[in-house]
Design a protein around this ligand. Structure first.
Ligand code: HMG
Ligand code: MG
Length: 299
């Protein structure tokens, strides 16, 4: 069966923008987030507290985050790789954070300058201190299906990192297809293995990039396995600058078109969201890669 309701975890302001070369002013980002909230999104990943030289687009987190204080009732998780990032986030009053692990050694090195185990050691005090502050932690797992340097990723390696993140205290895990190579059979295999390892499906989210046009098929497969939290990016922007060949995330509008057709509720208004993506595309100076945004835009 399929769920009656899906929670969309909107990653546009973070994953969507982090790969954009031209720096978007922080007040435009704040307006973007307000427009996303007005469209009905209730979980909006706002920014990252990473090293500013690594991700220059998000170096303005200290200026952006205070502009979001009026967004009552909207969850605004932020990425924190280490204790320095957590300190910055907590100082601004962040109420929810995410750490981001890699399943593969190649990407752990490229994205975090660490081995997989060193990165988990780096996250250990981050998660413990966040939980002490009553700040829930999401754990991302990148390269769950394929890796640009290592090829197909064995399921048992994903299960191992997932287990570690749960044991460290992550409330939710987001399974990342960072470079968008997964196909539905792999999604079934991974969700079955995680379930077999005792990780409850209620604590899993899926995070698909759409490089090969498989993101919706993969999402539908995950919904059939009981997943009810889906990451998506308004307008289909996104990608990780440290992952060779990564392109945009599953577009939130494409997701909504499918969910509306299936009668699955999200609370998000597709027309208002499309309007927001068209508005942002004008700021970025290029059209949204989303098929649905393109189909619904005035000709
Ligand atoms: P490092 O060079 O090993 O850092 O980078 P370090 O710990 O050796 O520290 C070096 C210097 O950086 C120190 O300064 C630190 O204070 C400073 P110094 O003492 O030399 O003057 N520093 C910081 N400054 C500000 N904020 C911080 C911070 N940390 C250290 N948080 C590090 C390690 C993790 C910092 C670096 O690798 C990094 O920032 N990586 C971020 C990469 C990133 O943001 N990638 C994109 C997000 S992941 C993604 O997109 C995938 C996802 O969407 C899921 C999917 O699709 O699979 C989530
Ligand atoms: Mg991503």
């Amino acid at each position: 069966g399929l769920p009656a309701r899906v929670r969309v975890h909107e990653v546009g302001p973070r994953d969507g923008l982090q790969n954009e070369k031209a720096l978007l002013p922080f007040d435009v980002k704040a307006e973007f987030i307000h427009r996303l909230a007005a469209a009905g999104l209730t979980t909006i990943e706002a920014t990252s507290f990473v090293h500013p030289k690594w991700v220059p687009q998000l170096a303005d987190a200290e200026r952006l985050f205070p502009l979001l204080r009026d967004l009552d009732g909207v969850r605004l998780p932020v990425l924190v790789p280490n204790e320095r990032g957590l300190d910055r986030a907590l100082a601004l009053g962040a109420r929810e954070v995410a750490v981001f692990a890699s399943v593969t050694e190649s990407f752990a090195r490229a994205n975090l300058n660490r081995t997989v185990d060193e990165s988990l050691a780096m996250f250990t005090p981050v998660i413990a201190r966040a939980l002490d502050a009553e700040v829930p932690v999401r754990g991302y797992l990148s390269m769950c299906f394929g890796d640009p340097w290592e090829g197909e990723v064995p399921v048992d390696r994903v299960v191992r990192v997932a287990r570690r993140l749960i044991d460290l205290g992550c409330a939710e895990l987001s399974l990342g297809d960072t470079i968008g190579v997964a196909t539905p059979g792999q999604v079934t295999a991974l969700l079955t293995a995680l379930n077999g390892a005792g990780i409850p499906t209620e604590r899993l989210a899926v995070h698909f990039h759409d490089t090969y046009g498989q993101a919706l098929a993969n999402t539908l497969t995950a919904l059939r396995h009981g997943v009810t939290t889906v990451d998506a990016s308004a307008g289909g922007l996104g990608g990780c600058p440290f992952a060779k060949s990564a392109t945009g995330n599953l577009a939130t509008e494409d997701l909504l078109w499918m969910l509306e057709g299936l009668g699955i509720e999200t609370g998000v208004d597709l027309d208002r969201l499309t309007g927001t993506s068209l508005w942002l595309a004008a700021h970025l100076g290029r059209p949204s890669p989303s098929r649905t945004v393109s189909a619904l835009s005035p000709k």
